[in-house]
Design a protein around this ligand. Structure first.
Ligand code: GRF
Length: 199
């Protein structure tokens, strides 16, 4: 049997990058059949860039503040991503809404992690909103990205129990620990064909 070619990933971040780290570590230590071709941030100060550079992963910043509008930023971003011809474009804490043009260009290759059990709690402040709503369970979702914000088909979820004394911070911490297992697992299942892009 010939070895499967690793999936080439471009990971987009805006900040801390702990999900990106979990993917890199799963490749290094857990036989995740992938390689990170580049990490791209829209923020020059994103701490995740330092980690990626220390791992000898090519890093680039496309600073959204240098562009007049969303469309021109997305054109520059797409051009950078296309240099690597990735199999998957991984949004990992990438805090920009992407234009339909960008989403269509990478349709079926673009995935995101969102800290809620979608379709519940799209958007921001998901942990506090789950507590306020009296949810018994909360979690994280991996979904293909479509033009609808946090609305594309969900492919994998992780659940945590909401505890009576949870604050947004304590709940976020437990969800994040699950996210760090969930993203590598989703990429693994895409690599093996257990998860396939929406038609
Ligand atoms: C994660 O909670 C992710 O679900 C959300 O943004 C956060 C990013 O964290 N989209 P990190 O930058 O990966 O540490």
């Amino acid at each position: 049997m010939t070895a499967q070619k690793p999936l080439s990933l471009v990971i987009l971040i805006s900040g801390r990058g702990s999900n990106m780290v979990s993917i890199v570590e799963a490749i290094q230590h857990d036989n995740l059949p992938a390689q990170v071709s580049a990490v791209i941030s829209n923020r020059p100060q994103a701490p995740g860039l330092d980690y990626a550079a220390a791992q000898y992963i090519p890093t680039t910043t496309i600073d959204h503040q240098a562009y007049d509008d969303r469309l021109s930023f997305d054109h520059a971003l797409a051009e950078e991503v296309n240099k690597y011809q990735p199999d998957l474009v991984i949004l990992a804490g990438f805090m920009r809404i992407l234009t339909p043009e960008f989403v269509q260009q990478f349709s079926g290759k673009l995935i995101n992690i969102h800290p809620s059990l979608l379709p519940k709690f799209t958007g921001l402040n998901t942990h506090q909103r789950a507590i306020d709503a009296g949810e018994a369970e909360h979690g994280a979702s991996i979904h293909y990205v479509t033009e609808e914000l946090d609305g594309g088909p969900v492919v994998l979820q992780a659940r945590v129990t909401v505890l009576p004394d949870d604050t947004s911070d304590t709940l976020a911490k437990r969800v994040l620990a699950e996210e760090h297992k969930l993203y590598p697992e989703a990429i693994r299942q895409i690599a093996t064909g257990q998860i396939t892009p929406p038609k």
